[in-house]
Ligand binder design. Structure first.
Ligand SMILES: [Ca+2]
Ligand SMILES: [Ca+2]
Length: 156
């Protein structure tokens, strides 16, 4: 279970990378140099991701994935997606199901809207904190470079 979750989270990181690729206009705003750097960085991440996938699924260790090994990878991904869906619902179930028997009683259902509301609010705050932490880390990375890049302005 733990292993599956790790794989799920890993896959979601990879998905994040791929969707980040769909925003080239943001990269261009900082000039050619910046977008070239970003493209290079992204490529490195994709290559690292591919290496990690091979490490996990290359059962005969020949350095590449055969059709059968790839099928194994895809089956794992499909299972992981299912598990992730369950996990997301389970997080909410745990909030609502106070006695933990996985049956939502009328009493628990009555309390559900407030509990879910509080839970989502807390999660949003938690995610906000994570985002700030991430920015801090990026800023520190920028400060370590010899030529610091200007902070891109948010226009939304
Ligand atoms: Ca192989
Ligand atoms: Ca219950």
């Amino acid at each position: 279970m733990k292993k599956t979750l790790t794989i799920v989270l890993g896959l979601f990181c990879i998905c994040g990378l791929l969707s980040a690729q769909e925003a080239p206009e943001k990269a261009q705003r900082g000039g050619k140099d910046r977008s070239a750097k970003m493209a290079e960085k992204q490529l490195t991440r994709i290559k690292d991701g591919a290496t990690k996938i091979i490490e996990k699924f290359d059962t005969d260790k020949d350095g590449t994935l055969s059709a059968a090994e790839k099928e194994g990878l895809e089956t794992t991904i499909e299972n992981a997606k299912e598990v992730l869906k369950m996990y997301r619902v389970y997080e909410i179930i745990k909030v609502v199901d106070t006695d933990g028997n996985l049956v939502i009683s009328d009493e628990e259902a009555k309390e559900a809207p407030k509990k879910i509301g509080d839970f989502l609010k807390a999660r949003r705050q938690e995610m906000g904190k994570d985002k700030q932490g991430g920015n801090r880390e990026k800023k520190q990375q920028r400060e370590r470079r010899p030529e610091p890049e200007p902070e891109p302005e948010e226009e939304d």
